[in-house]
Design a protein around this ligand. Structure first.
Ligand code: ADP
Length: 155
């Protein structure tokens, strides 16, 4: 297959403007970006898979290059199953880099066919994380400045 397909995996609990920044900047690099929303039974999510999926789907509804799916299990195995040769991740800071480096080396052991691709966040978005957004929501703050308009809490 010649098409350049990238898997962008994550929890998206919830999707933030940081995620959007990475996807938008990756669009010119790939023919297709498949956003894979992880469902890890050992992780306690704030939002159900259905809501996380719906919000990401609505965010990119007009973007024909982007597809949104959920998956369980190893990310590299999923990437191979869907024919993605690249796994896209965002880097915000040195902590992200150290974490991603270990994962990238592990993935390389598991599959030599998949290449990891990292993009640095735009400076104005690098402080945004789903975990901080969850804290803002938990404590009754206004989360709207950090997430795309599709993230609506009262549904
Ligand atoms: P995970 O639980 O796999 O880290 P996340 O949904 O938190 O899932 O993140 C998915 C991807 O998006 C990761 O590569 C993460 O670094 C990236 N990301 C999240 N927030 C930002 C941001 N503000 N800027 C750049 N990348 C980000």
């Amino acid at each position: 297959m010649n098409r350049r397909t990238a898997l962008f995996p994550g929890s998206f609990d919830p999707i933030t403007l940081g995620h959007c920044d990475i996807v938008e900047r990756a669009l010119p690099l790939f023919d297709k970006i498949i956003i894979g929303i992880g469902e890890n039974p050992l992780k306690a999510y704030m939002f159900t898979l259905d809501r996380r999926l719906a919000w990401v789907r609505q965010t990119f509804a007009l973007q024909t290059q982007v597809e949104v799916v959920s998956y369980m299990g190893l990310t590299v195995a999923f990437a191979e199953r869907i024919g993605a040769r690249f796994i896209l991740r965002g880097l915000r800071n040195p902590a992200d880099f150290e974490f991603e480096k270990a994962i990238a080396h592990t993935n390389r052991e598991l599959s030599q066919r998949i290449e990891m691709v990292f993009l640095l966040t735009s400076s104005g978005k690098s402080y945004i994380s789903s975990s901080i957004v969850r804290d803002v929501i938990r404590n009754g703050g206004d989360h709207k400045a950090f997430v795309p308009p599709s993230v609506k809490l009262a549904e």
